[in-house]
Design a protein around this ligand. Structure first.
Ligand code: CP
Length: 295
């Protein structure tokens, strides 16, 4: 594996290897030393979890890290992203972690600079967020390893969600028994990679083992896709009442950031079945495994 761009590039065996390596790091707290490598974080969209966990992952592997501050970089003076990347490559960095609104940009940069750097997709537009899907899978498998026996439900703005795209591809690859995608019509996916689509939250959540809520991505909605958030909340939010039909030990997940009181209530996000902060914790170990696998 030279680059980490999309789940579609991975085999089942590679996913298993990443899962077991990330779990090894978490369990043993023993980390190899890769101090000769430098990683550059280039995130053109806002981020807390992804940016910081790639930085921590690299530092735990003893790598050097530079986080490019795009508000003070020479792109403000008109430099194009390709020249920024060429500049970083000339300075000797080996990993380019990139988040950008332009779909396919990480792949394009990997074709241009792949001889010199490993490109990691940290989220490209509405297309893919593969490291998020991998850390989500790690979190599920820790608690519920028999994927074939699971009913997993993703609820929310599926149409604009790169996380939902990557999760569908990963759940299909790994043989998840049943996947249900719950969304109002305006937010249902135009392309389904895996799973059944419904606008009935009650139907979707019935006997679910894992429920993944998605953020309402106001910044991605076009005019006809704007929904009244209080009626969205009434029909699609994860609340004590709406979750009545799920299994007693169901896991509640959210990739973050959370809109409390919109797609999920605080008592659910902070409740005993929530593994949202475990997702964040696992993100560092999974990203360590991903960086190591690229070497
Ligand atoms: N889940 C996720 O990508 O979070 P950030 O936008 O904070 O990185």
């Amino acid at each position: 594996m030279k680059h980490f761009l999309a789940i579609a590039d991975l085999s089942r065996q590679q996913v298993q290897q990443l899962l077991s390596r990330a779990q090894y790091f978490k369990t043993t707290q023993q980390f190899p030393i890769y101090s000769q490598y430098t990683l550059a974080n280039l995130l053109y969209e806002n981020s807390t979890r992804t940016r910081i966990s790639f930085e921590l992952a690299a530092k735990r592997l003893s790598m050097n890290v530079v986080s490019v501050d795009l508000s003070t970089s020479s792109e403000v003076k008109g430099e194009v992203i390709e020249d920024t990347c060429a500049t970083l490559v000339a300075m000797g960095i080996q990993f380019l972690v990139i988040r950008h609104q332009q779909e396919g940009l990480p792949k394009r940069l990997s074709q241009q600079f792949g001889h010199a750097v490993h490109v990691v997709n940290a989220g490209d537009g509405q297309h893919a967020h593969p490291s998020q899907a991998m850390l989500d899978l790690m979190t599920i498998v820790e608690k519920k390893p028999d994927l074939n026996a699971l009913k997993i439900v993703i609820v929310g703005d599926i149409r604009h969600s790169r996380v939902a795209n990557s999760l569908q591809c990963l759940f299909k690859l790994m043989g998840v028994g049943e996947l249900v995608l719950v969304a109002p019509t305006a937010w249902q996916p135009e392309v389904v990679h895996y799973g059944e689509v419904t606008d009935s939250l009650a139907l979707g959540l019935k006997n679910a083992d894992v429920v993944i809520a998605l953020r309402v991505q106001k910044e991605r909605l076009t005019e006809p896709e704007q929904l009244d958030l209080s009626s969205y909340r009434q029909q699609f939010a994860l609340t004590k009442a709406s979750l009545r039909g799920v299994k007693a030990d169901a896991l509640i997940m959210h990739p973050g950031p959370i809109n409390r009181g919109v797609e999920i209530d605080s008592e659910i996000a902070d409740g005993p079945q929530s593994v949202i902060l475990t997702q964040v914790e696992n993100g560092v170990y999974m990203r360590m495994a991903i960086l190591e696998a690229l070497l």
